[in-house]
Structure formats: structure tokens, C-alpha cells
Design a protein around this ligand. Structure first.
Ligand code: CDP
Length: 569
């Protein structure tokens, strides 16, 4: 086992099984054993005892060697009474009091089990419209979002992790302007990420500087008009101010909806990487690309990668089988489409180890090559599983039926943020650039401990320029750019999120998106002095390069908000 001290700490705090007094009942190795056994058990019907033991061992090895990890709820709950294994859910919000509060209750059940929820509030009638039963007026989507937020806040205390939500409103909803600025001071709706649901019609109207119509959510009759470019500019301005809202391209999510007969995709999970139908859940898992390199670290070992993808697809498909879903509706939908989301982590570390700068065409080309390979193999693996175990139950409602391709899973690939998984594996998260090359951690006795990116440390040691002092200096400055002590070639390769120009962030996102069924979690980092024009360019580039959405964060923008609030007080 190669887990870092930090990884062990995280696992002990939240993932390992404990008794009622908080004493650990398993260690990290025991956790991987528990998970492997629970997930392999889905194969009992397809193999004998010996075969089952072999599958269990394969699953165990893949996790213990940090080659592949399933999303956090699987690590936490597999083989335990709760048994809820998915990270991503989307719940419908109907335009009735019963529907709204049903959805809040269901979200609470999901949060309790470590899952995150996404909602579209677009079906709710606009603020000020009539309420037939009482003769009163409706309070509108934003006021109900605050109720969802408060419920999440309360559940947060008792759950396995902080409840996370995605809130989406269509660009043509009458309350869209209130939605766009509802988090402008960042003290509201704190348990939500917000995204505006953008349509192709709207983007065309922006391009040609035209007005577009706001529609009554129920009748779809036009109720007002707004200038598209002005609305787009306000979204840009708000995102510039504090990173919210993001945008998602609804028509693209539905263009790739493989089961359109089952309904429309209105929302994604909290971090945006998983578009889902109402009541659908998805379990994710990520391959650690850093451990997929060949022994000499000259390139990727594609044979190893292929084997890992095949095992990971089987693993994730088994998760659906043994999963205990929190609601019967979710059980039916999720077992019906059998969506899984296999992705990657440790991408930036891999590029550094291979001597490629994140912001280079060579890195983009490799991204295309690696992800198209993963996607191809994952598809083949799902087809093989279909031969053995059958196609997904709602197959006849899918585009695969029309194409005559028999698959076990309606989707197979998703790029998750891997917030905790990457920490457990000790690599850079998802497909993000390295965040810091080194940083200083204060330890108990007030001394400072400098933590260094292991790939950089290796490069510094072999290049003979490692010193504790230099690592501290890098931590303070935040980049090795223009740092004389570091060879120029190393400066060029070890770029951090803030060294990478926004357009390269988007290009990388687009490269992975080209070969991903679902979506890609990515934050485009901008420097503190970036302008609203820079944000507009990022949004436009993401649109033009076929991304499914985009989230930006301007360095220090949220911190500044907190400071401002402090000053006012
Ligand atoms: O690394 P880990 O498996 O813990 O999660 P992630 O890849 O950072 O996030 C994947 C998904 O898990 C998110 O998009 C959410 O749907 C969900 N999540 C959540 O519900 N609550 C959190 N605090 C973090 C993630």
C-alpha cells in the first residue's frame, strides 16, 4: 500500500468503518477488501467460486495499487448496511407544493448517503404568478431554492459529507435575471452551484444582437422579451465577480441524450460532469493515469490502460447491481439505463512526468489520443458485458437499438473532479493543471512543513536543484515561472493552474469532451486582473469548441468578497 499520511487521515476520518464509539473497525486495506468483495458479488450469477475470487482480487488490486478508484460513496458504503454507492443524482422539481417538498425530502435522503443532487427549477411558475388554490401569488424558483439550501445545511451536520447541489434555470424562464444575480454576495444559497441553462437559439440571438423571448414555464407562451447580448453580458459580469453562475448548453446535453424517448435532460449533478434524466443516478470511477505510464516514464502503457479500463467498466457496472438506491423511482430509472461514468485523474502529473507542458499542442494531442482510447475500450467492454449479462433494460428506447449496437450501459465515460479520490491517490485532480508546485503547511508545534508535488520533487532531485529553501520560495511565489534557480525547460513543463492561459484550459476541456459520453468537470482559472472580456472569451470559446458547459474562477474573487463584507461590518 502506497497511501500518503494525508490520504490515510482522510480515509480514517470519513471512509473507514467505525463502531458507535468512533473506534476503527477496519484499516485502509480492509476498506479496499470490503469494497472489492461487495462489488464482485454481483458476478456470483455468472461464474463459479474460483472465478468470483479472481474477480474480487482484480478489483482489490486495482484499488490498492491506486490504478482505479470508484467515487467516494462506493468506498464509504459498499458492503455496509447503507449500501448507497452513487455520487450523482438528478431530481425533478414539479410545479406544485407537494412536488417541491417531495423533492427536498428526497434530496435530504440522498445527501445523508454521500450523494450530490442536481435540479432544474425551470418548471416552477414565475414569481408573482397566480396560485389557483389559495388566490395568492407564487414566490418563484429563487425563493424555493433558498428552502432547498436550508434543508441541505441542516442535513450536512449528520451526513458523511457536505451536501452539494446544482441549481439550473433555463435562460428563457421569466425569473432568469433574478437567478443570474442571486449569489452575487456569496452569502446566499451557499450549498448550490448555479448554472444558467443556455439554448442554441439564445446563443444565436447573442451573436446577432437580437431580442429573445421569455416563456411561461407551463404554457410556453411568450411573456416578455430581453436583449440576448445584454443578458449574456450580465452572466459574464456575475461570473467575473465571483465565479457564479456557470453555464451549461442544454441542447448539447440533449443532442447526446441516448434515451430521448424517456424524457429530456434538464440538469446535471453538482459539479456539472454528469447530465441525467429526472430520477436517474450515476456512479463514477476514475483511472489514475499517473500509474498507467510505462516503467521508463516515456509514455503510457496502453496495454495496462486497456486492461484497467475493462476491469473498471465491469466494476462500475457491478456497482449498479449491488447499489441500494434511496427511492424506488431512482432504482427503476438507474437500473433501467445503467449509466456509468469512467474518467481519469492525475492527468497534469502525467504530463509533467512525460515532459509535456499542459499548455501545449502536444498535451492536447495526447489528451485526444488517451481519451479516445479509453472511450473505445470502455464501449467495447460494455458490449462484451452485454453479450454476457444482457443489454440495459431501457435499450429499446435508446439510439443504440436503432443502430443495432448492443451495450450494457447507456453511457460509459465522464470526467469527474476527483476532489477526494485524487487526494487518496496522491495525484493531481481530474484533468486540472497542477494547483501548486509546493505549499507550506503549519504543523502542531508552529513549525512549517513544506509539501512538494512528488513529480516536481523527482525532477528537482534528478536535476540537482532541490533544496528545502527553494521549495519554500516556490510555495510563497506560487509558480516557478521566471525563477532562475529552476532550469527553463522545467519551468515550461511545471505550469500551475494560474500559469496556464484560459484558452488552454478550454482547449483541454474540449479535447476530453470530444471523447466523453457525459461531460467534463473543469474550472477555467483566470488571474485576478482578468477582465470581463476575458470571461466572455472563455464562454464563447467553450461554446465554439463543443464543450457542454463551463465554469470559471477568477483568482481571489471570492476572498475579496469576504474581505469587503468584513470592511463593511
Ligand atoms: O473524489 P470524489 O469521488 O469524492 O468526488 P468528486 O469527483 O470530487 O465529485 C464527484 C461528484 O460527487 C460531484 O459532482 C457530486 O455529484 C458528488 N459530490 C457531493 O455530492 N458532495 C461533495 N462534497 C463532493 C462531491
Amino acid at each position: 500500500m502506497k497511501l500518503s499520511d494525508n490520504a490515510v487521515k482522510v480515509l480514517e476520518k470519513r471512509y473507514l468503518e467505525k463502531d458507535e464509539n468512533g473506534n476503527l473497525l477496519e484499516d485502509c486495506d480492509g476498506m479496499f477488501r470490503r469494497v472489492a468483495k461487495a462489488i464482485a458479488s454481483a458476478d456470483a450469477a455468472y461464474t463459479d467460486e474460483k472465478g468470483l475470487a479472481a474477480i474480487e482480487q482484480e478489483f482489490y488490486d486495482m484499488m490498492a495499487n491506486l490504478e482505479f478508484l470508484p467515487n467516494s460513496p462506493t468506498l464509504m458504503n459498499a458492503g455496509r448496511p447503507l449500501g448507497q454507492l452513487s455520487a450523482c443524482f438528478v431530481l425533478p422539481v414539479e410545479d406544485t407544493m407537494e412536488g417541491i417538498f417531495e423533492s427536498i425530502k428526497n434530496a435530504a435522503l440522498i445527501h445523508k448517503s454521500g450523494g450530490g443532487t442536481g435540479f432544474s427549477f425551470s418548471r416552477l411558475r414565475a414569481k408573482g404568478s397566480a396560485v389557483n388554490s389559495t388566490g395568492g401569488v407564487a414566490s418563484g424558483p429563487i425563493s424555493f431554492m433558498k428552502v432547498f439550501n436550508a434543508a441541505t445545511e441542516a442535513v450536512k451536520q449528520g451526513g458523511t459529507r457536505r451536501g452539494a447541489n446544482m441549481g439550473i434555470l433555463r435562460i428563457d424562464h421569466p425569473d432568469i435575471m433574478e437567478f443570474i444575480s442571486c449569489k452575487s454576495d456569496n452569502s446566499e444559497i451557499t450549498n448550490f452551484n448555479l448554472s444558467v441553462g443556455i439554448t442554441e437559439d439564445f446563443m444565436k440571438a447573442v451573436e446577432h444582437n437580437l431580442e429573445y423571448e421569455l416563456l411561461d414555464p407551463k404554457t410556453k407562451e411568450p411573456v416578455a422579451k430581453l436583449n440576448a447580448k445584454e443578458v449574456f453580458d450580465i452572466i459574464v459580469e456575475m461570473a467575473w465577480k465571483n465565479g457564479e453562475p456557470g453555464i451549461i448548453f442544454l441542447d448539447r446535453l440533449n443532442r447526446d441524450n441516448v434515451t430521448p424517448k424517456l424524457g429530456e435532460i434538464e440538469s446535471t449533478n453538482p459539479c456539472g460532469e454528469q447530465p441525467l434524466l429526472p430520477y436517474e443516478a450515476c456512479n463514477l470511477g476514475s483511472i489514475n493515469l499517473y500509474n498507467m505510464m510505462d516503467d521508463s516514464h516515456k509514455g503510457l502503457d496502453f496495454e495496462k490502460l486497456e486492461n484497467t479500463v475493462r476491469k473498471a467498466v465491469r466494476f462500475l457496472d457491478n456497482v449498479i447491481e449491488v447499489n441500494k438506491y434511496p427511492l424506488p423511482e431512482i432504482d427503476k430509472m438507474t437500473r433501467g439505463t445503467r449509466k456509468i461514468g469512467l474518467g481519469v485523474m492525475g492527468w497534469a502529473d502525467t504530463l509533467c512526468a512525460l515532459g509535456l507542458a499542459y499548455n501545449s499542442q502536444a498535451a492536447i494531442d495526447l489528451a485526444d489520443k488517451v481519451m479516445s482510447f479509453i472511450s473505445d475500450i470502455a464501449m467495447k467492454a460494455s458490449q462484451n458485458l452485454a453479450e454476457l449479462k444482457g443489454v440495459f433494460p431501457f435499450y429499446e428506447d435508446s439510439i443504440y437499438d436503432q443502430k443495432g449496437i448492443k451495450v450494457r450501459n447507456a453511457t460509459t465515460t465522464t470526467i469527474a473532479p476527483t476532489g477526494t479520490l485524487s487526494l487518496i491517490a496522491g495525484v493531481s485532480s481530474g484533468i486540472e493543471p497542477i494547483f501548486a508546485i509546493s505549499y507550506i503547511r503549519n504543523v502542531m508545534d508552529n513549525s512549517e512543513l513544506v509539501e512538494v508535488n512528488p513529480v516536481f520533487k523527482g525532477a528537482a532531485l534528478s536535476g540537482n536543484f532541490y533544496s528545502e529553501e527553494l521549495m519554500k520560495k516556490i510555495a510563497r511565489v506560487g509558480t516557478v515561472k521566471n525563477m532562475n534557480e529552476v532550469p527553463v525547460q522545467v519551468q515550461e513543463i511545471f505550469v500551475t493552474a494560474h500559469d496556464v492561459l484560459p484558452e488552454w484550459h478550454v482547449k483541454m476541456q474540449a479535447a476530453f469532451q470530444r471523447h466523453t459520453d457525459n461531460a467534463v468537470s473543469k474550472t477555467v482559472n483566470l488571474s485576478h486582473d482578468a477582465t470581463t472580456d476575458d470571461v466572455r472569451e472563455v464562454f464563447t470559446l467553450a461554446y465554439k469548441t463543443q464543450c457542454k458547459g463551463v465554469t470559471i474562477y477568477r483568482d481571489g474573487s471570492r476572498d475579496l468578497q469576504v474581505l469587503n463584507i468584513g470592511k463593511v461590518k
